[in-house]
Design a protein around this ligand. Structure first.
Ligand code: BDR
Ligand code: CA
Length: 384
């Protein structure tokens, strides 16, 4: 499978994105009888939907729920398995803000059936790197520095060995990814294939946490500005396209029918979607179900053709995207997209980074294929 790293802030939709990252099959319409599309090298978390201690605990519990392989030593990049790191607890230049009204105080409000923090499996995952006896109920967290050191070692190793470039999928605020770009720009240029983000709201789409701003960008606009303008391909799944992926009642009923054969897993995922549906209804008046935003970023890496224009079949287009970072601005955290290329200083299609058409902006989605992929992931997970 394609090597990817998931940087996230779980989060209900992040939880489903992680399921996709672990289990998406190579052929999403062919059921579960296919090899994994992705090779998930690691997961890092950031402060976003909840404070970072909570998103970290959530990621450890979700990886355990899904049965993700545990690396022998989590600080050794040559150990197989899904590495887990805790990233930044604060944005680059703003105070942290989380989103309890959507995700609950701990980021996974209302979710039932997750393994507890004190369970042996979760403890193994969080203590894997420490040479001290395990202490149940404690959660040792790595520092963002450790994440950067690990990324440095991992990317250096992969570049030296001529291994395929890694794709970063980022489904939370972009603090960690920006720190990597600022710290090791050469390694990113040589070792990263592309950065696929869930974030932003193009002009014409309402924001969800500012009049024009989407939550992930609003939390750390300076980080988003660094990522969009870095000289590496960026793909943006913003609210314009993620709001097309509404997990409706029929999908919930199908999930509740336990067709995948693992009742506990289905029940847990149903609780994820149900809480998310309730908060989306009370906060935003969504009556048909919640949009599973973050899933789209992973799905793009698995099957980019899902995002082609349904009438012409053309792939998604590249535009210049800039981020409003000014704290005093009404538009803080908005993603300003130049759809008619009025401000691009560089016409070349191949040129990424500042002044160019710096991002592929997703606009269309074959939503039925997305749900096929969801149920195929579920079946593959049930067979784990
Ligand atoms: C984004 O913010 C969070 O609520 C979700 O996890 C998603 O990443 C949507 O704006
Ligand atoms: Ca998220």
């Amino acid at each position: 499978g394609k090597p990817i790293w998931l940087d996230c802030d779980p989060g209900h939709d992040d939880a489903i994105a992680l399921l996709f990252a672990l289990f998406a099959p190579q052929n999403c319409t062919g059921g579960s009888n296919f090899a994994a599309a992705l090779d998930l090298l690691g997961v890092s978390v950031v402060a976003g939907n909840a404070p970072v201690a909570a998103t970290y605990a959530n990621a450890a519990r979700l990886l355990t729920l899904y049965g993700a392989a545990l690396p022998k030593h989590s600080r050794d990049f040559e150990s197989d398995g899904v590495h887990l790191f805790c990233g930044s607890e604060v944005p680059l230049n703003k105070l942290p803000r989380s989103d309890p009204d959507i995700h609950g105080e701990d980021g996974l409000g209302g979710v039932t059936g997750l393994p507890s923090l004190g369970s042996e499996q979760v403890q193994k995952r969080v203590w894997a790197s420490y040479d001290v006896p395990q202490q149940r109920h404690l959660l040792p967290r790595s520092s963002p520095g450790e994440l950067l050191v690990f990324w440095h070692a991992l990317l250096t190793h992969r570049i030296k060995k001529g291994l395929p470039k890694m794709t970063i999928v980022a489904t939370g605020p972009l603090t960690n990814v920006a720190l990597l770009m600022r710290g090791f720009p050469d390694l990113v240029e040589q070792g990263i294939e592309e950065v696929v983000i869930m974030g932003g709201a193009p002009p014409g789409t309402r924001g969800n946490r500012g009049p024009l701003a989407e939550f992930n960008i609003l939390v750390d606009p300076e980080a988003a500005d660094i990522v969009f303008n870095f000289d590496v391909p960026v793909v943006m799944a913003g609210l314009n396209v993620t709001h097309q992926a509404i997990f409706g009642r029929s999908h919930l009923e199908r999930l509740q029918a336990h067709q995948c054969g693992d009742q506990a897993l289905c029940d847990t995922l149903a609780s994820v979607v149900t809480f998310f549906a309730d908060t989306y209804k009370s906060e935003f008046g969504f009556t048909s179900g919640p949009p599973v935003h973050d899933v789209l970023a992973v799905a793009y890496v698995v099957a980019p053709e899902l995002f082609n224009c349904p009438t012409t079949g053309a792939p998604p287009k590249r535009y210049q995207v800039q981020v409003e970072t000014a704290a005093h601005s009404l538009a803080m955290g908005s993603t300003v997209i130049d759809f008619y290329a009025k401000t691009c200083q560089r016409p070349e299609e191949e040129w990424w980074g500042r002044g160019g058409r710096n991002a592929i902006v997703l606009e269309h989605l074959d939503v039925e294929k997305l749900w096929d992929m969801f149920f195929a992931c579920l079946e593959r997970c049930a067979q784990r």
